[in-house]
Design a protein around this ligand. Structure first.
Ligand code: FMN
Length: 262
């Protein structure tokens, strides 16, 4: 997830038991610094095959795999005709082919429910190792019902392993993991990496302090640390009050004080 899946958060999720972690979508032409010391699966968000090729060549040794985003419903995606707004099947095949040509590592694509999902599946079967489906339409964004039936139909017709994404939580994870090859946890993991320990029956328990230690090791920006500090209040007693205090923080010490970290 963009903004959420920084390196410290990814490391924590992996320690808690996640089988694999993805970066948020990355535009290969962006000048933003990428830290890949944890060898994540890197998700690309672009239509520029040269940019993609260059990026893969530069980072292939540092990643455990690649993913191509065909599901982002944002205004930026609409403006650039990226993500869920990329519907030109010839263009999609050209990009996917190029990615495959430049890496031998695991390669998945992530799509949404649409009238061309099955066409994309056929293309993916030629080049990819897996396909992730979030069965909401781009018009639905992140709300409304995820269409499980649609995802099951895709799974039935697929020669590729299918990763299911959409409202996966502690209650439905076991059932969904029996229906699909893999499950992907999104929003339930925000501020809650321990969801992975619970799902893997481990006793590991991580706190914001654990996040902070890793974030400082990687020199993450104060604004990112503050953003995660707010997210980690999820489920806490007095979460609203704590967030109000965090909102005013201008220095790390203020965040540490709110969390009683000395
Ligand atoms: C804040 C946020 C950022 C996201 N960023 C990405 C992204 O960069 N790439 C992507 O494929 N999906 C992204 N998603 C979608 C999630 O990966 C997931 O498919 C979707 O939220 C449905 O799963 P969930 O109900 O478990 O959250 C994002 C979702 C949220 C809420």
């Amino acid at each position: 997830m963009l903004e959420i899946n920084d390196i410290a958060f990814r490391i924590l999720c992996k320690k808690a038991g996640a089988g694999g972690v993805y970066t948020g979508m990355i535009n290969p032409l962006s000048k933003k610094k990428v830290i890949l010391d944890d060898k994540p699966i890197v998700q690309l968000f672009s239509k520029d095959t040269n940019g993609i090729k260059y990026f893969i060549k530069k980072y292939d040794k540092k990643v455990s795999g690649w993913d191509f985003n065909l599901g982002c419903p944002s205004d930026v995606a609409e403006k650039l005709a990226f993500g869920a707004y990329l519907s030109d099947l010839k263009m999609i095949e050209k990009i996917i082919k190029e990615i495959r040509k430049n890496t031998k590592k695991f390669f998945s694509i992530k799509i949404r429910k649409s009238s061309f999902s099955f066409h994309i599946l056929r293309i993916a079967e030629k080049y990819c190792d897996a396909l992730a489906i979030h069965p909401r339409t781009k018009e639905q964004g992140y709300s409304g019902k995820a269409d499980l039936k649609f995802a099951l139909e895709l799974k039935k017709k697929s020669k590729l392993p299918i990763i299911y994404s959409g409202d996966v939580n502690e209650k439905n994870a076991k059932d969904l993991s029996e229906k699909f090859d893999f499950i992907m946890i999104g929003r339930e993991a925000i501020g809650n990496p321990n969801i992975f320990s619970k799902m893997t029956n481990s006793k590991k328990n991580f706190s914001f302090e654990d996040y902070l230690k890793i974030a400082l090791k990687y020199n993450l920006h104060f604004s990112q640390i503050k953003f995660q500090a707010m997210k980690f209040t999820k489920g806490m007693k007095n979460a609203k009050k704590i967030r109000e205090k965090l909102l005013l923080a201008k220095k790390l010490e203020q965040i540490e004080k709110v969390y009683n970290i000395f």
